[in-house]
Design a protein around this ligand. Structure first.
Ligand SMILES: *[C@@H]1O[C@H](CO)[C@@H](O)[C@H](O)[C@H]1NC(C)=O
Ligand SMILES: *[C@@H]1O[C@H](CO)[C@@H](O)[C@H](O)[C@H]1NC(C)=O
Ligand SMILES: *[C@@H]1O[C@H](CO)[C@@H](O)[C@H](O)[C@H]1NC(C)=O
Ligand SMILES: *[C@@H]1O[C@H](CO)[C@@H](O)[C@H](O)[C@H]1NC(C)=O
Ligand SMILES: *[C@@H]1O[C@H](CO)[C@@H](O)[C@H](O)[C@H]1NC(C)=O
Ligand SMILES: *[C@@H]1O[C@H](CO)[C@@H](O)[C@H](O)[C@H]1NC(C)=O
Ligand SMILES: *[C@@H]1O[C@H](CO)[C@@H](O)[C@H](O)[C@H]1NC(C)=O
Ligand SMILES: *[C@@H]1O[C@H](CO)[C@@H](O)[C@H](O)[C@H]1NC(C)=O
Ligand SMILES: *[C@@H]1O[C@H](CO)[C@@H](O)[C@H](O)[C@H]1NC(C)=O
Ligand SMILES: *[C@@H]1O[C@H](CO)[C@@H](O)[C@H](O)[C@H]1NC(C)=O
Ligand SMILES: *[C@@H]1O[C@H](CO)[C@@H](O)[C@H](O)[C@H]1NC(C)=O
Ligand SMILES: *[C@@H]1O[C@H](CO)[C@@H](O)[C@H](O)[C@H]1NC(C)=O
Length: 721
């Protein structure tokens, strides 16, 4: 203890930095741990970037679920793409090997046991780079499985080694949605494929191989695609534990993808070749009752008799409340009978999120939901009615994933501002930490919950019945009776939140350890505080949230004695970047010494260059030609007020918000003599993901704020004249 105190004092005295960007970026990144069927061990992947070696290492490790001891799994992460547990066994595995010696560009399936991983046997050769393996053991002993990959319009999987490409580079479109996130669309779409491994032939691939389940789904506007790109994954489909049924989510076939968020859940009988049918599409009872938005997370019950899923009501609002539903499902000949549609979370003013995890008796479903800046686990009995409000089963961490162990304990992978990974169990309400990265990884030495607190302040909207929340993070080397300049960090979305969670991109402790007190508010538009706060931002981008932030600043100025507001800075990405530009355009901008905008809108009247037109139509309360919100909240209509030094980041592969917004902002700041810099990465999208790029991003942004807030010298890094 004394040694650590000594270290903190030494750091403060020399104003050395505690948690640096280099340390953040070269910290081990561990994935969610997945427990074996017998609940003895869990498997997780890790990767670690080394600036010295200029490359990443990766591995597949085991954590013992009694002792927390971590060991090598014996599987080589350079060869094994992903591992699933073999249902019906104790520690059996089935994994995807990234090499296929017969079909270059394909992969292979191997079966073995984690206790003797080097005795696994190759069972099937697959002709394309499939991923997202889900497996069920059937009563005959045959294994049914689902995987996904990109497919041609005729349904055949695309193998990149032999891919058929056009002879020219032109991209021709006749519909909106030419590009999305960081990718221009072509005619290929992702699809779910089904296969059977026959028990009586040592689990060789049965029949004609894999079957594309999306192929044949009729459409008038949008071709069926699963997982939904770019963020969909194997959570977009499921296989019943008895192997008799499958389900997947795909976007509404009659609606244009740029205009609508709506998606439906399709179910089919595994043994039938009939095209699957959506049970919540336009002909359904659910649709007619007004539940017409995106659906997702199809999850079969343990006894294969029910399907749980989530859905939003509105068909073009991505931040509508996600509600939990169940239906009864049964194979009837070649079709699936879907009955007894029921909502379980109508009375819960939070978004139900995954994984949707059924208990062993198929009597209740464990879910996660964001609640007051954390993601917590909740349980819904299948008898829940519209008045049911569950109590959280976890507290301070943000749950990234969880599973149920055979003894009904929860096994959780979580994060917090002070740790990138905590693995823990919750047994009858008692938490037991098995592993906490911050107590082990050298790069994280000194991090802990002692730097983190939260404050509440009044919102600006008189209709709001609650106070607003902000996260406060002090430097690791914080010394009492000193003040630290304010770093006011505004989140993106706008339907998002500053949370008690780890981030590799906007890590509040890294900002605080530059010698700031970070205050990260959750104004109007934020999620996890009830749907009213989220919804209230519609048509109000520069309205309620801006005045909420003015209130937050005044609260800090009056109440947080250790925060130096005279030398503060404000920064934000995406909507947070827009808001930083709006702050520059209004009085609050004068309260800061410097501003940082990352990939934010500066010209709302150009907002239709985005890809998700539903988003801007919803948030701006109408289309560009029929809503005055585009003009009303436009930072570029307030250029005369721009005067605070501003650092502008905008990346070339950002199709969410094109880089013309960053360039326009920078050019205007320069032309008007406002100190400014422009940073653009040609190989990054809305996010900066490459470690070396991220290091440069941190170095240049911190140089800027440390200059204007603390008088440190500006570097000579820019390209110049
Ligand atoms: C892991 O696999 C890679 C690629 O096959 C190989 O080069 C490497 O030597 C293997 N590592 C170990 C520890 O076996
Ligand atoms: C699959 O289930 C059958 C029937 O319950 C059982 O006999 C068999 O051992 C299981 N197979 C595997 C691989 O678990
Ligand atoms: C993966 O496949 C390659 C090629 O068949 C083989 O040499 C290697 O041993 C396999 N690795 C594992 C872990 O299955
Ligand atoms: C397989 O792994 C076991 C335990 O790690 C080891 O004892 C054995 O020598 C290995 N066998 C081969 C063929 O590599
Ligand atoms: C599907 O289309 C691809 C690309 O044009 C082609 O290579 C493949 O042979 C086609 N598959 C079938 C079954 O026709
Ligand atoms: C496996 O058994 C099934 C019946 O259960 C039979 O239809 C099939 O032909 C068998 N396959 C092989 C390869 O023996
Ligand atoms: C798809 O449309 C075609 C042509 O209208 C029709 O023949 C077919 O039955 C439809 N299939 C499904 C699964 O609805
Ligand atoms: C998309 O939505 C706009 C309204 O923003 C509407 O005018 C247009 O007709 C829609 N287009 C399609 C293909 O649905
Ligand atoms: C949890 O509590 C119940 C009821 O008190 C008890 O029966 C059960 O054994 C406990 N579970 C564990 C894993 O301790
Ligand atoms: C949970 O977080 C709050 C606010 O940061 C803090 O006051 C409290 O001590 C934390 N509780 C635990 C158990 O860490
Ligand atoms: C916040 O709101 C409460 C309740 O309306 C009020 O009593 C209090 O004075 C307000 N605080 C500030 C700083 O405005
Ligand atoms: C901090 O400042 C307060 C008020 O000026 C004073 O009472 C207190 O003794 C100081 N504490 C330390 C540790 O310097």
């Amino acid at each position: 203890m004394a040694r650590y105190l000594g270290l903190a004092t030494a750091l403060a005295a020399t104003s050395a930095l505690a948690f640096t960007p280099e340390q953040l970026l070269s910290t081990v990144r561990r994935g969610a741990a997945d427990p074996s069927p017998d609940g003895t061990v869990a498997l997780f992947t890790w990767s670690q970037y080394s600036f010295e070696k200029k490359k990443s290492a990766s591995g597949l490790n085991l954590i013992d679920l009694k002792s927390g001891k971590i060991s090598e799994s014996g599987l080589n992460a350079s060869e094994v793409n992903e591992v699933a547990w073999l249902p019906g066994t104790e520690t059996g595995i089935i994994y995807i090997n990234g090499t296929n010696e017969e079909v270059p560009g394909g992969v292979t399936l191997w079966i073995g046991d984690i206790k003797t991983p080097n005795t696994s046997t190759l069972v099937a050769s697959l002709d394309a780079p499939y991923s997202g393996l889900k497996v069920a053991n059937t009563s005959s002993g045959d294994l049914h499985f689902l995987v996904n990959t990109l497919a041609y319009p005729n349904g055949t999987a695309v193998n990149p080694e032999t891919e058929v490409t056009p002879s020219h580079t032109g991209r021709l479109y006749s519909n909106v949605y030419a590009r999305h996130w960081d990718t221009w669309l072509n005619k290929n779409r992702y699809a779910v494929f089904a296969g059977t491994l026959s028990k009586n032939s040592s689990y060789a691939l049965a029949g004609k191989g894999l079957r594309n389940l999306n192929h044949g789904v009729n459409f008038t506007a949008t071709q069926s695609e699963t997982p939904i790109q770019p963020f969909g994954d194997s959570g977009d489909y499921d296989l019943s534990p008895d192997g008799s049924l499958y389900a997947f989510v795909s976007k509404a076939p009659q609606l244009n993808k740029a205009n609508y968020t709506a998606s439906y859940t399709y179910v089919g009988a595994f043994a039938s070749s009939e095209v699957p049918v959506a049970f919540n599409g336009p002909d359904s009872k659910a649709f007619k009752a007004g539940h017409q938005g995106a659906s997702g997370l199809p999850s079969f019950s343990t006894d294969s008799s029910k399907l749980a899923y989530v859905q939003q009501d509105e068909d073009y609002y991505e931040s509508d409340r996600w509600i939990l539903y169940t239906v009864d499902v049964a194979v009837k000949g070649s079709k699936v009978a879907v009955t007894n549609w029921k909502s379980l979370s109508a009375g819960f003013d939070r978004w139900v999120q995954g994984p949707l995890t059924w208990d062993a008796d198929s009597k209740s479903i464990y879910v996660t939901a964001e609640d007051y800046a954390r993601v917590k686990i909740f349980n819904f009995p299948i008898t829940a009615d519209k008045n049911f409000v569950p109590k959280p089963l976890t507290s301070n961490t943000t749950v990234s994933s969880f599973s149920l162990l055979p003894d009904s304990s929860l096994f959780v992978t979580g994060t917090a501002i002070w740790t990138p990974t905590e693995y823990y169990t919750v047994t009858n309400g008692t938490k037991k930490t098995l592993f906490d990265a911050s107590t082990v990884d050298k790069n994280l030495a000194g991090l802990g919950s002692h730097t983190v607190s939260e404050v509440f302040f009044n919102g600006s909207n008189p209709k709001l019945n609650q106070q607003l929340h902000a996260v406060v993070v002090k430097p690791t080397f914080y010394v009492k009776n000193q003040t630290y300049p304010l770093a006011f960090i505004i989140h993106g979305g706008p339907q998002g939140a500053n949370m008690n969670s780890w981030s590799n991109r906007w890590n509040p402790q890294v900002w605080a350890d530059q010698g700031y007190i970070v205050v990260a508010p959750n104004p109007t538009g934020s999620t996890g505080f009830g749907q009213f706060l989220t919804d209230s931002i519609q048509g109000q981008w520069g309205g309620w949230p801006y005045y909420d932030l003015v209130n937050a600043w005044e609260y800090i100025n009056k109440n947080l004695a250790d925060v130096d507001t005279k030398n503060g800075i404000a920064a934000g990405a995406s909507y947070g970047g827009y808001m930083t530009n709006w702050i520059q355009s209004n009085d609050l901008g004068k309260k800061f010494k410097a501003l940082v905008t990352h990939d934010g809108i500066s010209n709302t009247e150009a907002a239709w260059a985005t890809e998700e037109l539903w988003f801007i139509r919803h948030d701006y309360n109408g289309s560009i030609w029929n809503s005055d919100a585009y003009k009303k909240w436009n930072p570029q209509n307030h250029i005369a007020n721009w005067s605070t030094p501003q650092f502008v980041v905008h990346n070339s592969l950002d199709y969410r918000l094109p880089e013309s917004d960053g360039l326009g902002l920078f050019n205007i700041l320069q032309a008007r003599g406002v100190p400014s810099r422009f940073l653009s990465f040609p190989d990054e999208n809305h996010w900066v993901l490459k470690q070396k790029n991220s290091l440069f991003w941190h170095k240049e942004i911190f140089n800027w704020i440390n200059h204007y807030s603390k008088g440190q010298p500006l570097d000579d890094e820019p390209i110049g004249h």
